[in-house]
Design a binder for this molecule. Sequence first.
Ligand code: TYD
Ligand code: MG
Length: 458
Amino acid sequence: MAKARTEFVCQNCGAKYMRWQGQCRECGEWNTIVETVPEPVAAPGRAVAARALGGFAGAAGSGIRKLSSVSAVRTQRLPSGYREFDRVLGGGIVPGSVVLIGGNPGAGKSTLLLQTVCQLSQRQPVLYITGEESLEQVALRAERLRLPADQVSIAAETSIETICALAAQHKPTVLVVDSIQVMHVNGVESAPGSVSQVRESAAALTQFAKKSGVAVFLVGHVTKDGTLAGPKILEHCVDCSIFLSSGNDPRFRTLRCQKNRFGAVNEIGVFAMTDSGLREVKNPSAIFLNRQPVTAPGSLAMVVWEGTRPLLVELQALVDASPYGNPRRLSVGTDQNRLSMLLSVLHRHAGLQLADQDVFINVVGGIRVEETAADVPLCLALLSSFREKAIDRRTIAFGEIGLTGEVRPVASGQERISEAFKQGFTRFIVPRDNAPRHAEPGMEIHAISRITELNSLI
Ligand code: TYD
Ligand code: MG
């Protein structure tokens, strides 16, 4: 008898190999390659949606047309009931879209989606499929969180065929599938959670969403090392991929969009995890600030722009004599290369010699700052730590620094200043071109145009 042909598939990214190896060459993960029997070429998942919807003619096979002749119907977005969630989705739920919600176990994915469907169910039909928890567990949680659950349709199901059939029959506007990793499609041999099952399940649900106009939310788990099982496969086929994470402060959860076909990806939504479920934080600008009564040298607050709103974050720097010949430069939450560049600019244009010092930078609260507006606060924090002189705790700074030592303006300067002033900051170190023309009473504005001017402000 001929030996059954097998192949080796990376369970992280789906790359295929002829023989086993320890590390996947595609995604670099270790021990993710598993021997599997190849699936038949005709992918079973793709036909599921068509069967459930009774042979509905999809977009395929419509021939060539001019793009302008295709009528783009502006579909109304559904508000999810949570402004923070809508903001991340780009202004609400788009009918027919597929949204993947990823996160660590215990991040609150099930809680967030249960709260959302309960809110939505007041106005439209919804269907919640739970594959991991029993109906009783979900009911218990809804009861404990005092959610309006009387209009929520729910089923405990793990078969994609049944889910599509249920949804086709029930006609919800929103379908939640918790989670994609426990779902299976008939005809796919491998176990739920494997690359082929996840891929086929997601493909079937995507097709179902596109053909029926139902908005589908998929819950996706994150493996130990922080990647979604089968992330590349899932991220390709969904319209929107959102990550729910908890930063350093366990009370807060941030929703961050990694891919969005219907909006910007730089918005974040902030929730607080309380004993009565997730609550929106409507004005999160100051939650990442550490309001200690005394500031230590090297610490400073800055205003960064996240999506469409300002966020106040604390930046810390530590400059310390290096015991070795090769000093360390380490930054957590900001760009390492930018730090090296700023150290050179500080040396050349502000006379700060740090060649024999270790330099560490940390953005408090697990926030990642990509903006160049962090340049001025970074230099101030470095100067403050090096000279062991604390900066007045009512000080806030922002601004970009160029290679010639000039301080450049950044976008939305006025809004940054107003937000910081609202939060009680009164001393502003800002680029000259961002300085307000008429400072409000109580504001102390230091408008700077060269990096050397920072020396006199510490
Ligand atoms: P859950 O939604 O089950 O997480 P996921 O589906 O992402 O794995 O959330 C579980 C966590 O949330 C759990 O660790 C406890 C916390 N939690 C609260 O603090 N308060 C609450 O009211 C609820 C429902 C959960
Ligand atoms: Mg869950």
